[in-house]
Design a protein around this ligand. Structure first.
Ligand code: SF4
Length: 200
């Protein structure tokens, strides 16, 4: 199916095939936001869709899949954009004004909205991004003179495991961290953002 044939309300079009071959990729990581079920099924607990997947199945967002009873994300550090953007254009009031945040994204979304302005990212579940290790991203931000890191463009929920690692490093280097989200994260997934390891 091409983008012109897709229904207006649509889940991301998946353009890769999940398999155990993918587990060697640096962007494919086992997700802690999962519950193992019987018969090799697994439930994703990252967002309130709570997709329950049999072996080989992919969640509605297209970026999480079950291989042999384990849930994997294909989005860890798989970036589609990394750009210094002014804090004033973010939905935050008087938060680090007159500075910029290194703003990153990946593919896909957990909402099927018709009106997404970033549809070229949110309507696809693809592996066609660039893997950037968390440490390298932080160095970019510091080299750019950014005041922080922001996850935006597509739905940041998709980058949660990566964002948690990046945000921990960012705060240790004096950078702020934020996400522009639809808020459909589960409390379990939100907790690491609110009570990060470096405060424990
Ligand atoms: S993050 Fe994706 S796989 Fe997980 S529950 Fe939400 S839509 Fe389903």
């Amino acid at each position: 199916m091409s983008i012109t044939e897709m229904p207006i309300y649509s889940w991301p079009l998946r353009i890769y095939k999940p398999s155990s071959e993918l587990l060697r990729l640096p962007n494919v990581r086992e997700s802690p936001f999962s519950v193992k079920l019987e018969n090799n099924k697994v439930k994703c607990t990252l967002c309130h869709r709570h997709c329950t997947l049999s072996n080989g199945q992919v969640g509605l967002c297209g970026m999480r899949f079950n291989i042999n009873g384990r849930l994997y994300t294909a989005a860890y550090g798989l970036l589609t954009a990394a750009e210094s953007r002014p804090m004033e254009i973010k939905p935050l009031f008087n938060y680090y004004p007159r500075t910029s945040a290194l703003t990153i994204s990946t593919f896909s979304c957990n909402f099927p909205c018709a009106w997404c302005q970033n549809w070229h990212l949110s309507k696809f579940a693809s592996l066609d991004g660039v893997y950037v290790p968390p440490e390298r991203l932080i160095e970019w931000a510091i080299e750019n003179g950014d005041s922080g890191i922001n996850v935006s463009f597509n739905e940041p929920t998709m980058l949660t495991e990566y964002a948690i690692d990046v945000f921990r490093l960012a705060r240790a280097r004096g950078l702020h961290a934020s996400i522009n989200t639809n808020g459909y994260l589960t409390p379990e997934a939100l907790k690491p953002y609110l009570m990060p390891a470096w405060m424990a």
